[in-house]
Design a protein around this ligand. Structure first.
Ligand SMILES: [Zn+2]
Length: 410
């Protein structure tokens, strides 16, 4: 079997699947809007939503085609072997990988530019200056090159020394690495944003009371200057154990009433009480182990290197094939399972807010959040099942009301 033909077929399948997702998302704009969210947008905003949706889908499709062409050219015309200047496994991996990641960053950078600086800008979401945008892009590029080249070097080191034991050893290394990254996440996010402790006042008192009542400890409640980049608002937990902090976007504090902020906070607390962060980490570990297995399997398939025009084994090529063909084929399965678990966790976290007496405030907060981000009110159920980490807003509101009634009856 020719591995190049196989890889091109897989690449085509991945492209077809992603195109399918964009198309069903595009078509869903004509779905009827459920009754409980009809008041969310007025006619003018709804028209604006449709236009925003059309533009993001359109540019999504163009960006898929552009990346597909780039990958096709690189693989079909044996471009990558020209980047090998040395038979040293580390050097030949690094030149191939860095070349690939740089081209990929340029293409995806162009589309991020169009998304943020053109489309979001046009609809009033974007707050980034050109300088912030380019600084973000360059930082992300450098972080990804260093991480990938570093991990791949470690893979080579272990594989060349220990052979197939790598499956066990590297899985362990990757798991440790995952925890370190999550542990260091607060430090990474400081590269992009400023964090300040939430100032004393009614909001802080009520949030602290809520935490104490549930016996939940966090080190700090912080406010992030998200308004530097976006008008969209959010809140999340970061860190583990003693370093755990809750981060509120400054946009959340500016755009919501105290009740609504406490409701969103109670939802996040629900995630905390159910240890959803840790459960997600286990799913990520499973994904990591699978990634190691795929990398190991690909690297030791000696037939692929000559089929792609390489004179010897190249770890960079193996990693690129895993990223472009194998992982994206498996990730729909993962994202289906992860989405299922995550949507369930969202319902449960909403229930926490209802239990604290913030059901109505949560509904109005969710409506504001959806309005501010021009959320899709009636997404395709297929798209929800395949890709959504959160249930659509109308189903969340229905569940919150249902649960509220159930509590009242008790
Ligand atoms: Zn949530």
């Amino acid at each position: 079997m020719n591995y190049k033909i196989l890889a091109l077929i897989l690449l085509g399948l991945v492209f077809g699947y992603n195109l399918f997702l964009q198309v069903i998302s595009y078509l869903a704009q004509n779905n009827p809007v459920p009754d409980n969210v009809k008041d969310l947008y007025d006619a003018e905003t709804y028209a604006k939503w449709k236009a925003y949706h059309r533009e993001t889908c359109g540019i999504g499709i163009v960006s898929l085609i552009a990346s597909f062409i780039l990958y096709l050219v690189l693989l079909l015309f044996d471009v990558l072997p020209h980047l090998v200047f040395s038979q040293n496994p580390y050097l030949s991996m690094i030149t191939v990988l860095v070349f690939f990641l740089s081209l990929d960053a340029v293409v995806s950078g162009v589309f991020s530019y169009i998304y943020s600086m053109k489309i979001d800008e046009k609809y009033g979401f974007n707050k980034m200056t050109l300088k912030t945008f380019f600084a973000d892009q360059i930082k992300s590029y450098l972080v990804s090159v260093l991480l990938m080249a570093g991990l791949c070097s470690l893979f080579i080191l272990i594989y060349e020394k220990m052979g197939d034991w790598i499956l066990l050893l590297f899985s362990g290394v990757m798991t440790a690495f995952l925890f370190i990254v999550m542990f260091l996440y607060p430090f990474f996010s400081k590269m992009y944003n400023k964090f300040t402790p939430l100032e004393e006042g009614e909001l802080r008192t009520r949030l602290t009371d809520l935490l104490e009542k549930n016996g939940y400890h966090v080190r700090e409640i912080q406010v992030m200057d998200a308004s530097k980049r976006t008008t969209k608002s959010n809140a999340y937990f970061s860190g583990y154990g003693k370093t755990k902090t809750i981060v509120l976007y400054d946009t959340l504090i500016e755009s919501m009433s105290v009740d609504e902020i406490v409701a969103v906070f109670a939802h996040e607390l629900g995630h905390g009480l159910h240890k959803d962060v840790i459960k997600n980490s286990f799913l990520s570990i499973l994904q990591m182990v699978l990634l190691v297995f795929l990398a190991w399997f690909t690297v030791r398939t000696e037939g692929i290197y000559p089929d792609f025009g390489f004179a010897a084994r190249n770890y960079g090529l193996a990693l690129i094939l895993v990223m472009l063909t194998e992982l994206p084929l498996l990730s729909p399965v993962f994202s289906f399972v992860v989405g299922l678990v995550s949507r369930k966790a969202e319902y449960r976290a909403d229930e926490q807010a209802v239990k604290e007496g913030y059901g109505d405030a949560l509904i109005s907060a969710l409506k504001k959040l959806s309005r501010d981000s021009l959320a899709d009110l009636s997404p395709s159920p297929v798209e929800v099942a395949l890709t959504y980490s959160h249930p659509p807003i109308s189903q969340r509101i229905a569940a919150i009301e249902e649960y509220g009634k159930k509590i009242m009856q008790q």
